[in-house]
Design a protein around this ligand. Structure first.
Ligand code: NAD
Ligand code: MG
Length: 396
């Protein structure tokens, strides 16, 4: 029997890789809904190709455009609008699994809705978990949902942990998680060299092809910081139980080190279709369209320590996780504002960590008790970051 999938953020990098996996298994998966924020024509084309029952677009104007395009192909696809539409297609009773691949905080509400509806949640949208970790994990447990990490590192860790992992390192003889990082496009660069790097240079990742925001995060190492927080929530561990290892080839996607000296790793091509197919089919394995790894072609694997002086974002994230409460959400929101400003050429690359640090510094301690707390913290941090941005503007 085929399974119904909703793809949140279907027009993005992860979204299109997900559609590619679905395309290879038409008898196994059927598309319930596809969502997109821009590129409406592409979204409609995908909806037609996969006979999607719904699409979700951000505005009434986008809905009119989509309906016009759909009408030309006489499809029965229904167009929904906005956050309400996203939550609806993430939690509909017919849906078996939801690919959470919207970028940033915008993905939180629909991803949480999928968890609350007891779906299999394929989590690419790490920002949602970073912002609302305790609430999100509780929603997964309370509603018997399944959480399959799609981020390649977390997928590798999931594969390297015992199948009956209880959330307690000591019970399984686990010493630590070795979280690998490619080091991004600016690995080995000095601060002086980073002063005038451009958005185009920052998004040119050496190994992975990804959306603009995560590409900049990879260049600042904030991506690894967000992933450290993500791993702490997913696998119920402390930040000091995770060691970040720079591994420029991106062949090992992360590892788990055990007390008997064993280290278990997952290796593969830097192709997100592998973790996507793993999450979709788990516990089975299906063809992902990814070519087999040729170790002779790779020949060597290197490992170094991260450079915390040049790339302060990793420690900013670690501190935010350790301070707890709203700090991870505030860090994430400040980062989103800083990255958007850098991509718009309003601030320099080196201003990104400075701006985030300033926002975190003025943030008061506060616990998270409900979604509203998270959304308010996100809003507060965006306002602060936008106000502080003027200090860093290149045109000031
Ligand atoms: P992307 O920019 O290519 O795609 C983002 C998707 O989200 C698009 O479909 C876009 O239309 C949608 N979107 C953007 N803003 C939105 C909004 N306000 N409301 C609703 N939808 C919105 O990004 P991506 O690279 O595919 O990354 C998606 C998520 O997956 C991110 O959280 C990223 O950190 C994570 N991730 C990506 C990769 C990768 O290889 N690309 C790897 C690991 C994790
Ligand atoms: Mg990753």
């Amino acid at each position: 029997m085929s399974q119904w999938i909703t793809v949140l953020g279907a027009t993005g990098s992860i979204g299109s890789s997900t559609l590619d996996v679905i395309r290879r298994h038409p008898a196994r998966y059927r598309v319930y809904a596809l969502t997109g924020f821009s590129r409406i024509a592409e979204l409609v084309a995908a909806a037609i190709e996969f006979s999607s029952r719904y699409i979700v677009v951000p505005s009434v104007e986008a809905k009119q455009k989509a309906e016009l395009l759909l009408a030309q192909d006489a499809q029965g696809c229904i167009v929904l609008v906005g956050e309400k539409g996203l939550a609806e297609v993430a939690s509909a009773p017919e849906v078996d699994m939801v690919m959470a691949s919207i970028v940033g905080a915008a993905g939180l509400v629909p991803t949480l809705a999928a968890a609350e509806a007891g779906k299999r949640v394929l989590l690419a949208n790490k920002e949602a978990l970073v912002m609302a970790g305790p609430l999100f994990m509780q929603a997964i447990r309370d509603n018997n949902a399944q959480l399959l990490p799609i981020d390649s590192e977390h997928n590798a860790i999931f594969q390297s942990l015992p199948a009956d992992y209880s959330g307690d390192f000591s019970q399984h003889g686990i010493e630590k998680i070795l979280l690998t990082a490619s080091g991004g496009p600016f690995r080995n660069k000095t601060k002086t060299e980073l002063a005038d790097v451009t958005p185009a240079q920052a998004v040119a990742h050496p190994n992975w092809s990804m959306g603009a925001k995560i590409s900049v995060d990879s260049a600042t190492l904030m991506n690894k910081g967000l992933e450290l927080i993500e791993a702490c929530f997913l696998f119920n561990c402390r930040a000091d139980q995770i060691q970040v290892v720079v591994h420029p080839q991106s062949v090992i996607h992360s590892m788990v080190q055990y007390s008997d000296g064993s280290v278990i790793a997952e290796l593969g091509q830097p192709d997100m279709r592998t973790p996507i197919a793993y999450g979709m089919a788990w516990p089975e394995r299906i063809d992902a369209g990814v070519k087999s790894l040729d170790l002779f072609e790779i020949a060597r694997l290197d490992f170094t320590q991260p450079d915390h002086q040049t790339f302060p974002c990793l420690n900013l994230a670690k501190d935010a996780f350790e301070r707890g409460g709203i700090f991870p959400a505030v860090l994430n929101a400040a980062n989103e504002i800083a990255v958007a400003a850098f991509l718009a050429e309003q601030i320099s690359f080196l201003a990104i960590p400075e701006l985030i640090a300033q926002v975190v510094q003025v943030c008061p301690e506060q616990n998270i008790t409900c979604l509203q707390d998270v959304l308010e913290a996100d809003d507060w941090a965006r306002t602060q970051a936008n106000a502080l941005l003027t200090n860093y503007r290149l045109d000031a």
